[in-house]
Design a binder for this molecule. Structure first.
Ligand SMILES: [Zn+2]
Length: 86
């Protein structure tokens, strides 16, 4: 998990025209992390943080039928497969 400072730094460097590879090298983080920030998938400030925290609070279960991770029991796939009978 990247800290907000690192995310901000990555954004600054991206804005400054630095390549993702040079950013990952100079900050010592994975290229993948830089790509995620560049794609806007990691939100470091404001509503994004609250959103991420909210997502974390949702309990995740294992579907008893197919074993998939799901927030609903049974999982949507099994529910649909059953024709809504479950
Ligand atoms: Zn299932």
């Amino acid at each position: 998990m990247l800290s907000n400072e690192v995310i901000t730094r990555i954004r600054e460097m991206l804005d400054g025209g630095a390549s993702q590879r040079s950013i990952s090298k100079s900050l010592g983080i994975s290229r993948n992390s830089v790509t995620k920030v560049a794609d806007g998938r990691r939100v470091g400030t404001g509503a994004g943080v609250a959103e991420a925290a909210a997502v974390k609070e949702v309990p995740v279960y294992r579907c008893g039928i197919c074993g998939m991770k799901t927030t609903l029991l049974p999982c949507l796939a099994c529910f649909l497969r059953s024709g809504g009978a479950l």
